[in-house]
Write a new protein. Structure first.
Length: 321
């Protein structure tokens, strides 16, 4: 495995947006000329929120918070998205736009505020703009880890181009059934793409490594949101992870609630039951996935952000164990 930082001229962000293939949709629009593809974002950097967040997994949030940067727009259309205000409902041009240099300043400000890390949320469609901001921030003194917090629908080629810039990968593994991806997230090939994405991430940074205070410094932590009524999908996802790397860290999330457009889909228009969640946790342990973070079922009440507020998550704290 080659952990060396890339030749940063190889990830020059402007070179990749004239015919955009930042994510697997490969829209090939000229974002530099103001064109937009599926994500609805041109070459600018629309940011919905920047601040300390205390509701991530303990090795990410710690005691001082994760320095989160929420990009607007998204390359998926999840009908149950808890961030739908910024991913789908509000046009990206309505948010504050940053240059890479300005975003680098914000990254260093978060570090000065005590953030354990810089946590880019929904970066799949912003990967090269993000890379440039990381480069500039590190030149200016950023030393805390960088987290790539993604829905999992990423371009493996793009991830290879930014090798060495990300310390911690925090991907979703939503489905291994393309039919579910199409119905609930508006994507035809999620189940085909995500396995290679996870392999690439593991190849780059390996398993999750913690410092003496229990904070993540490097590695992969995979998230899986358990959907009500779709336990077979959850089992397939966990079985895949167990085959990929039994020691992998996985966050089994209980926080599903029918938000955004989920009410139009009767099969998921309800909360997850305790019995359903317990069955999936038991399945993970039976598969040997012992490095698992477990949520309280009440998490569904605590993880509903409102991006019209200055602090979208209120005082929500991590409830993993």
């Amino acid at each position: 495995m080659n952990d060396a930082a890339p030749n940063l001229t190889d990830v020059a962000w402007l070179d990749h947006l004239g015919c955009c293939e930042s994510c697997p949709r490969r829209c090939r629009v000229n974002r530099l000329a103001g064109e937009v593809g599926f994500c609805r974002v041109d070459a600018g950097i629309p940011v919905a929120h920047i601040g300390l967040h205390f509701g991530e997994e303990p090795p990410i949030s710690g005691t001082r918070g994760s320095g989160t940067i929420f990009f607007a727009g998204c390359n998926l259309r999840c009908v149950f998205c808890q961030n739908s205000q910024i991913s789908q409902e509000t046009p990206p041009e309505h948010f504050r736009r940053f240059t890479p240099a300005a975003l680098a300043v914000e990254m260093r400000r978060l570090q000065d505020q005590g953030a354990h890390n810089i946590n880019f949320v929904s970066p799949s469609h912003m990967v090269f703009q993000m890379a440039e901001a990381i480069r500039l921030a590190r030149q200016a003194g950023l030393v805390i880890p960088v987290v790539y917090n993604t829905n999992g629908y990423d371009s493996v080629a793009a991830l290879r181009r930014i090798r060495g810039l990300v310390d911690i990968y925090l991907p979703d593994l939503k489905y291994l059934d393309n039919a579910l991806g199409k119905r609930f997230s508006g994507v035809d090939d999620y189940g085909d793409v995500v396995p290679d994405v996870l392999r690439e991430m593991l190849d780059q940074v390996g398993g999750l490594r913690l410092d003496e205070n229990g904070m993540a410094v490097r590695g992969v932590l995979v998230r899986h949101l358990v959907l009500p009524g779709y336990l077979d999908n959850s089992r397939r996802c966990l079985e895949f992870l167990a085959r990929l790397a039994p020691e992998i860290s996985v966050s089994i999330m209980a926080q599903y609630t029918p938000r955004h457009r989920a009410g139009a889909y009767p099969e998921i228009n309800r909360r997850l039951s305790a019995a359903e969640y317990d069955r999936i946790v038991d399945e993970a342990l039976d598969l040997g996935l012992e490095n698992a973070f477990i949520q309280e079922l009440e998490a569904a009440e605590n993880y509903l952000p409102d991006f019209t507020r200055e602090n979208p998550f209120g005082n929500a704290a991590a409830d993993f164990k």
